[in-house]
Write a new protein. Structure first.
Length: 164
């Protein structure tokens, strides 16, 4: 298997990032977005990321196979040391450690940016996301019942937190 490299995302990665994400928008409850992301929206999203809130990609043989980002947890200033991670792996490459590599890199970058806490919002029916968070030291701190509605059903979310 080819070597996996994790690096800062670049503008030329946005089409691959969008393709990976939109697969899940259309087929999964791991995101509560229900309409595919446009390229204009993805470009605006990318502009919001910086060293303190990085966007990264996992690359294998010069092909983007996953991506992750740290975003502001909330817009109010007092939340500025808390970030929310997003990680998506190409659907045909799950279970190969790509997600773990991306989350591990996001944790390292959050520490380097002197964030205090990472809060992941996870749909409770996505067992792999729970397992990944727990394996990397996140603890379940809240469970919100039926706060999302997608694919014709009500969905619960859990807040998973890692103190840095």
């Amino acid at each position: 298997m080819a070597v996996l490299a994790v690096r800062t995302a670049r503008a030329e990665d946005l089409a691959a990032i969008n393709a990976i994400y939109n697969h899940y928008v259309e087929s999964s409850t791991c995101t509560f977005q229900v309409e595919p992301e446009t390229m204009a929206d993805r470009v605006a999203w990318f502009a919001e990321h910086d060293d303190a809130h990085p966007a990264i990609v996992a690359e294998r043989e010069a092909e983007v196979v996953g991506w992750g980002a740290l975003s502001r947890f909330h817009s109010r200033c007092a939340y500025r040391y808390t970030v929310e991670p997003s990680v998506y792996v190409r659907h045909d490459l799950l279970g190969q450690g790509i997600g773990s590599a991306l989350v591990g890199e996001l944790i390292a970058r959050a520490r380097a940016a002197q964030h205090h806490s990472i809060v992941a919002v996870v749909c409770t029916e996505i067992a792999a996301s729970f397992a990944l968070c727990e394996r990397l030291g996140f603890a379940k701190v809240a469970h919100l019942r039926e706060v999302g509605h997608k694919s014709g059903r009500w969905l619960d979310v859990a807040y998973m937190q890692l103190m840095l």
